[in-house]
Design a binder for this molecule. Sequence first.
Ligand SMILES: Cc1cc2nc3c(=O)[nH]c(=O)nc-3n(C[C@H](O)[C@H](O)[C@H](O)COP(=O)(O)OP(=O)(O)OC[C@H]3O[C@@H](n4cnc5c(N)ncnc54)[C@H](O)[C@@H]3O)c2cc1C
Length: 265
Amino acid sequence: MITIKDYAIPTNLEEAYETLQNRRNNVILGGCSFLRMGSKNINTAIDLSKLNLDFISETDNTVEIGAMATFRSLETSPILQNNFNGILSKCVKDIVGIQFRNNVTLGATVYSKYGFSDLITALLCLDVKVCLHKGGIIPLDTFLENKYEKDILTKIIISKDSSKCYFASMRNSHSDYAILNVALSNRDGQWKISVGARPMKAQIANNASSYLSENELNDYTIEYACELSSQELVFGSNLRASKKFRQEICKVLINRGIREVMTWK
Ligand SMILES: Cc1cc2nc3c(=O)[nH]c(=O)nc-3n(C[C@H](O)[C@H](O)[C@H](O)COP(=O)(O)OP(=O)(O)OC[C@H]3O[C@@H](n4cnc5c(N)ncnc54)[C@H](O)[C@@H]3O)c2cc1C
């Protein structure tokens, strides 16, 4: 159970940020699904719901998603269904259930860098920038590598391009966390392979992505790229699956993904 002493509902971001920095145990509230599983003593809980961060919008070149956009809005957004092969709608649509997805937020998910995150795996194969109130605008992969700093994630910006995108997830049972997540994108022959739930946070398989981009695709090169991915990334064991099993699943999901994307016009 979490205990909350004070509750703040700021009307601007600077006020929210200052309140966050005031005390070590002041925290931002997303949808609270993850927070309420723990047993934190929160001094001031900061509710962002008056800051208009619950949006999904597009321009000619970008799609922007606010921190308070829920997974359900990602799933049902026509903008996201019509861009990036719908990968961002698809990757969240099976997470737990609709009530849950009505609650959990993009900002909390990306900011928390969860290793098991389906959404982060999918975002990583796109060109995504993360907007932090204090830390500014930085590429998602840099943000994931950087050490933790207490900040507020306000939105993400995704560049629109001609990428064909694919997402696959392996689970022991429907509502469980993933054993492994794989997302692929192919932009004019340039491949990007992202693997998450290794069980560590998602990472790009750089060698395999370059190899695929530089070689003609056939049975041999596809198999080899899958092998490269499983060798260059670090895998681990937890109660859901062993390191070895994840390595094998990784090859299978990437292989399927490449072959499926190749069939798309
Ligand atoms: C039972 C359960 C099952 C799940 N299963 C899956 C799954 O299968 N796949 C999957 O991908 N995910 C899964 N998740 C994770 C879920 O999708 C969300 O990522 C998670 O719940 C966090 O979202 P939230 O809005 O509930 O955040 P909260 O619980 O409100 O916050 C989580 C953390 O983020 C911080 N935070 C919130 N918003 C911001 C912000 N804008 N800027 C900075 N910090 C912020 C909070 O202070 C807190 O530390 C699961 C979660 C639970 C509880």
